[in-house]
Design a protein around this ligand. Structure first.
Ligand code: SAM
Length: 283
């Protein structure tokens, strides 16, 4: 059952955190001058209209990118914002990119992207957005098995983004299992897992359980970042989101520390908005 469509959520506060961090990581990978692969296991459509019926129905981008647009932000947001401006070909915000679009703008000639998307309509859109580019391979296939099949990449360097809809509870375990297998095949990859922070009556939720399992997988270093726009007890649904990154670029923690206070300032909905960052290295 595939009922999730990212068009309803594009540009919300969770997208801002995820896409900003993805751009920072892709830029870092590119700066080294050596080729790398970008793998997006759950790509979505790649580009979204903020005036679509879906987007207007939820209004989520109004609480996300639209609150940041036109405000003064630290330099660490420059590349993220510039990619959105270039897509819109102006300062007017009508379109919002998805993860594959953001990262594709950071790729050099020698880099490659492998994009997986199962939903027939989003696959069609994704293929239309990237189909003509020979360095980007778009597949209508399960991203979990797709990832297993292509690791390790010939470049021996890769940025892997795993961003499932978590429509089914089993997806949390699938992520853990997938990362476990992936680390066996390719221990040095940069793996980014997105997850929602959801209020479930203060019970330990599925995201927290997943993150604690991911911490046990033995990656050399990990970075956990959580950003919430209101307190856990103030919001019935998703009050924030997080990223768990295995083998993060060394400078990412500092960059996120520099920018997160601005996200709290502009996207926070109550005075309980906040963030935390936790970096760990295997000794
Ligand atoms: N990563 C995208 C972004 O940031 O722009 C958003 C992705 S959205 C949260 C999740 C996507 O995964 C949906 O488009 C959904 O159709 C797709 N999907 C669900 N299960 C999948 C699977 N097993 N393999 C590949 N894609 C899947």
């Amino acid at each position: 059952m595939l009922s999730y469509r990212h068009g309803f959520h594009a540009g919300n506060h969770a997208d801002v955190l995820k896409h900003w961090a993805c751009v920072l990581m892709a830029e870092y990978m590119g700066k080294k001058g050596k080729p790398f692969w970008y793998v997006d296991t759950h790509s979505g459509a790649g580009v979204y209209s903020l005036n679509s019926e879906e987007s207007l129905k939820t209004g989520e981008s109004k609480q996300g990118i639209e609150r940041l647009w036109g405000t003064a932000l630290p330099d660490v947001f420059d590349s993220y914002l510039e990619i959105i401006k270039q897509l819109n070909k102006s300062d007017q915000l009508k379109l919002y990119p998805g993860s594959p679009w953001f990262v594709a703008q950071c790729l050099e000639k020698q880099d490659r992207a492998r994009l997986f998307e199962l939903h027939p309509q989003d696959y069609k859109l994704l293929n239309r957005n990237f189909g003509g580019d020979r360095s980007i391979k778009v597949e209508q296939a399960d991203g979990f098995s797709g990832l297993k099949a292509i690791l390790p990449p010939p470049t021996k360097r890769a940025l892997v983004v795993i961003d499932p809809p978590y429509e089914q509870p089993k997806e949390y375990d699938l992520v853990v299992d997938n990362i476990k297998q992936s680390l066996k095949r390719f221990a040095t990859g940069v793996y980014v897992v997105w997850y929602p922070l959801i209020n479930r009556n203060n019970k330990q939720n599925a995201s927290e359980k997943m993150v604690s399992k991911l911490k046990q997988l033995g990656a050399k270093s990990t970075l956990e970042v959580n950003f919430w726009v209101s307190g856990k007890d103030e919001e019935a649904g998703m009050y924030g989101s997080g990223l768990f990154i295995l083998n993060p670029p060394w400078n990412l923690e500092g960059q996120l520390k520099e920018g997160l206070p601005s996200l709290v300032e502009h996207l926070g909905q109550t005075n309980k908005a906040g963030f935390n960052l936790e970096y760990k290295e295997l000794s």
